[in-house]
Design a protein around this ligand. Structure first.
Ligand code: SF4
Length: 206
């Protein structure tokens, strides 16, 4: 939905300066279909004004600066930095990354910041962005929240959750790790990732 709205939006407001001066009454209908359009219009304008006032209309290139901008949290900051600016300060942890990292045995945490730290330890920095993107696509296409398609999953040989028929959704994370985490297979995927990482030549990734 967002991708269908942005072409017209960017045409009317091609940069932060234009968006900072937007009239909410004109902006709201353009983002109406995305839901919460009034609040989002306010946030978009405030975000653009902050970019103009504090950063000369440019998107800052550090996580610390980005999360100070209205409407931008750590997840969004990592998306923007990694995908738009090729700056890798962290790993995007959304609902898909959370679910897959837990199922694959790469973390036993449910807090996004702790999950991010666990993943940053085992994934080479220059792959932080692509790793999250791959988990997100795998979560959308194969490892669904309610009905993971174990039978068609290429990660099944490595995955400690492959034999579970029904897995809990991570929308309301349990304080306890998934059942597989208590078994002996947990951590096999993490070890496999670490093995690959050891062979990889570390780069700054910027
Ligand atoms: S084997 Fe199943 S639980 Fe593991 S990643 Fe694949 S679909 Fe998800």
């Amino acid at each position: 939905m967002i991708n269908t709205l942005t072409p017209a939006l960017f045409e009317k407001y091609p940069d932060a300066h234009a968006l900072a001066q937007a009239n909410p009454a004109e902006l709201e209908p353009m983002i109406f279909k995305s839901g919460f359009f009034r609040q989002k219009a306010k946030s978009l304008i405030a975000m653009a004004q902050a970019l103009v006032e504090r950063h000369g209309g440019e998107v800052p290139r550090t996580l610390d600066e980005l999360v100070q901008v209205r409407g931008v949290g750590r997840k969004t900051a990592n998306v923007v930095l990694g995908n738009a600016l090729d700056v890798h300060e962290g790993i995007v942890v959304d609902t898909h990354v959370t679910r897959l990292a837990q199922r694959l045995g790469l973390t036993t945490n449910s807090d996004p910041v702790k999950i991010e730290q666990d993943l940053m330890e085992i994934v080479p920095r220059d792959q932080w962005t692509s790793f999250a993107n791959r988990l997100i696509w795998h979560g959308r296409r194969v490892c669904h929240a309610k009905k993971p398609d174990h039978d068609h999953c290429i990660l099944a040989p490595l995955c400690p959750s492959a034999t579970l028929v029904q897995l809990p959704s991570t929308r309301r994370p349990s304080k306890r790790p998934p059942k597989a985490a208590e078994g002996t297979k947990i951590g096999k995927a993490a070890k496999a990732v670490k093995k690959v990482v050891k062979k990889a030549k570390p780069r700054s990734g910027r």
